[in-house]
Design a protein around this ligand. Structure first.
Ligand SMILES: [Zn+2]
Length: 217
């Protein structure tokens, strides 16, 4: 029986690495797959992992129809045994629904990889739908770590080094500032406590380097 599987973890947990490893394992067994991504850090139509592996992929645009794509490929004589879907947090609800239909109606395995929650600690739309529909949801075993050494469970966004908890969910590149140059956007994984206190690695370092108050002050 085909399955819809959702592999999830924070940003540094190695999801894209596992996506590429999964593809390799199935391809090595003579199975035929298709690889998809959305807003990957390498730019359009590539999966890239932090360990340096890359692979061509099909870019999932907002109107992309998985059901039509698979049916058209099969109709034209193509063979598809499985789909690898990276960055699924950015997929729409309809796109995830279509993936479930591909599994059920066409008996094609769909392996999904994505981040569960955004920098505001809220579920991404695509990830929420996968939690609702997946046959299995697995949390990646390679744990990302907060600067304090605890397990990192939350994703933080910084703009010019300052952690923010409001803004557009999807930012590609830098954000426009009201006045002055656009803010530089970066991401960092933190434990829940340090996410709550907005204590990023840079801020923690700045605090620790601040001059000690005089003991007799
Ligand atoms: Zn921490």
């Amino acid at each position: 029986m085909a399955e819809l599987t959702f592999w999830t973890g924070t940003m540094d947990a190695g999801k894209s690495t596992l996506a590429l490893q999964t593809n390799h394992n199935h391809a090595a067994r003579g199975r035929s797959g298709r690889i998809f991504t959305c807003n990957d850090r390498a730019g359009e139509a590539h999966i890239s992992s932090r360990l340096g592996l890359t692979h061509d992929a099909i870019e999932v645009t907002p109107g992309f129809d998985f059901w039509r794509f698979v049916v058209d490929s099969l109709t034209q004589g193509g063979r598809i045994d499985y789909l690898i879907c990276d960055e699924v947090q950015f997929y729409s609800r309809d796109q995830v629904d279509a993936l479930a239909k591909v599994v059920d109606e066409l008996q094609i395995d769909v392996f999904c990889f994505g981040i569960l929650t955004d920098f505001r600690t809220q579920l991404f739309v695509g990830s929420q739908r996968l939690v609702e529909l997946a046959d299995r949801t697995e949390v990646l075993q390679v744990e990302a770590l907060c600067w304090c050494g605890k397990r990192a469970t939350h994703n933080a966004r910084t703009e010019d080094g300052v952690m923010v908890t409001e803004g557009e969910v999807i930012v590609v590149g830098d954000v426009e500032a009201q006045d002055g140059p656009p803010a530089e956007v970066a991401y960092e994984v933190l434990c829940r406590q340090h996410h709550r206190r907005k204590l990023t690695a840079a801020r923690a370092k700045a605090v620790s380097l601040a001059p000690e108050p005089l003991p007799f002050g």
